[in-house]
Design a protein around this ligand. Sequence first.
Ligand SMILES: [Ca+2]
Ligand SMILES: [Ca+2]
Length: 199
Amino acid sequence: MFTQPLHHFLVLLVLCLFQSFVYSDVTYTAPTTAVYDDSSTQSVGYSYSPTQRYATFSGLNTLSSSAVVTIQIWLEHTYNSDVTMKLYSPDGTFITLSNQRGGSYDNVFDGTLFTDSASTKVSSYSFQNNKVAASVKPEDPLSTFQGKDPNGQWKIWLSDCCSPDNGYLDRVTLTITGKSFKKIKKIFFYKKQSDLTNR
Ligand SMILES: [Ca+2]
Ligand SMILES: [Ca+2]
């Protein structure tokens, strides 16, 4: 029905539209909060490249000294100290969320909120097997991002040092609370299809 090049173009167009909309996940709640929430699944493992997920914000003011950034991570993993997790702001500034914490335990970060207001730092938390650490302070403070321009692409980065245990990153929410937005704008999240994994 279509010529071969046209057919390829249409398939690509549909794929691009699909990717743009399926993984779009930033919600702006006027006047002060923006939330990225993406629950697609990516694998995390020693034999893979680092697992990376991107959240793009726009229309926000520079983060003031009272702005609050938090990130909640759902990581299924059977040996959590294999994993290092980092968060990058759009200008490339990063903090380490967890530097190989959680020992040999399973699923201790499967829903953990990283927040500067938690009572215990991830480095001194008493992890238990199959018990989610509800909230912890990250290795480096999230307040590091104060004074930064939050607009652009944030990156959530996980790497796994060792075999044989692997896992899955199931969901990430990144919340930015600051001054009123300049404008409210729905934007889209894009991730390479190859980053996804079938379960
Ligand atoms: Ca284990
Ligand atoms: Ca591993």
